[in-house]
Design a protein around this ligand. Structure first.
Ligand SMILES: NC(=O)c1ccc[n+]([C@@H]2O[C@H](COP(=O)([O-])OP(=O)(O)OC[C@H]3O[C@@H](n4cnc5c(N)ncnc54)[C@H](O)[C@@H]3O)[C@@H](O)[C@H]2O)c1
Length: 276
């Protein structure tokens, strides 16, 4: 099915790898100009390069979405590069797991910062442009729909042992989603969330001694899932397997497209039928 996003401008956080990269690629292939963000400039540049090579429009701004002044810079970069902002996907994220008695204040706060505070700041930074543009369009008698998609998890909807911070951040962003759907409905913005089950990315690769780490303000945090846990999850998943980043991006594309113009404040679970 062809989704037409010609003339739309999208912003995708955490688009250097995994699901965010697949979302950026899908949006660009549908015609949108994409402002890519990632903490790591190398992967962000790779996503931009891949989109440009296949004829799409993209630019990137590397940086940490949890830095207090970064949200406005990112929104301004999209506006300056492409002259508008129609689609925002708050996707950047990572896990920093532990049972509650071993979870530090810093660790819990880091999970709220990346999964809840950063999306809040980005939407607040975009609000002036969105409101002013929508008011003008409405005054001209035009209904132009804009899209926000916040990424959550079945850890947020169902809870997951070892993830007090992650689950809280991912549950919190659902509250943000439902509230912004109500605040921004009058500006013709659909605000929805997509929650993933098990998707094959760096976050869910088998956890080994020499596994992947994410550098958070100089601290190396191991990401990955215990191999036994991965097998157990696949066994209880109705589709019997992990999803691909492309499959994950498909659910997000629905909420970025005109197909979802009359859907707002909802959470779509893309997890092969799995719930915790
Ligand atoms: N993979 C899964 O099974 C799964 C399940 C549920 C939810 N999710 C969510 O999906 C989203 C994407 O995760 P993924 O699986 O593609 O992981 P990933 O590690 O492959 O990609 C996430 C990207 O976000 C970037 N990022 C992390 N912190 C950042 C920051 N502070 N500022 C800017 N960029 C930052 C990383 O550098 C990375 O490139 C996350 O929000 C994650 O919580 C993933």
């Amino acid at each position: 099915m062809h989704v037409d996003l010609d003339s739309k401008v999208a912003l995708v956080t955490g688009a250097g790898r995994g699901i965010g990269r697949a979302i950026a690629a899908h949006l660009a292939a549908s015609g949108a100009a994409v402002m890519i963000n990632d903490l790591d400039s190398g992967p962000a540049a790779e996503t931009e390069g891949a989109i440009r090579q296949s004829g799409g429009r993209a630019a990137y701004l590397a940086g940490d979405v949890t830095a207090p002044d970064f949200a406005q810079k990112l929104v301004d970069a999209a506006l300056q590069s492409f002259g508008g902002l129609d689609i925002i996907v708050n996707n950047a994220g990572y896990t920093w797991d532990n049972v509650i008695q071993k979870t530090t204040d810093e660790q819990f706060q880091a999970m709220l910062d990346i999964h809840l505070v950063a999306p809040f700041r980005i939407l607040r930074a975009a609000s002036a442009h969105i409101r002013e543009t929508a008011k003008r369009e409405i005054a001209e008698g035009r209904r132009v729909m804009r899209k926000v998609v916040n990424i959550t998890s079945i850890a947020g909807t169902d809870g997951n042992p070892g993830q007090a911070g992650y689950s809280s951040g991912k549950a919190g962003v659902i509250g943000l989603t439902k509230t912004m759907a109500k605040e921004w409905g009058r500006y013709n913005v659909n605000v929805n969330a997509v929650g993933f089950g098990l998707i094959e990315t760096r976050l869910t690769q088998p956890l080994t001694q020499a596994g992947a780490t994410i550098d958070v303000q100089g601290r190396q945090i191991a990401v990955g899932v215990q191999p036994k846990m991965l097998e157990a999850l696949k066994a209880v998943c109705p589709l019997g397997r992990a999803g691909t980043p492309e499959e994950a991006a498909g659910a997000v594309l629905f909420f970025c497209s005109p197909l979802s113009d009359y859907v707002t404040g909802e959470v779509l679970i893309c997890g092969g039928g799995m719930h915790f």
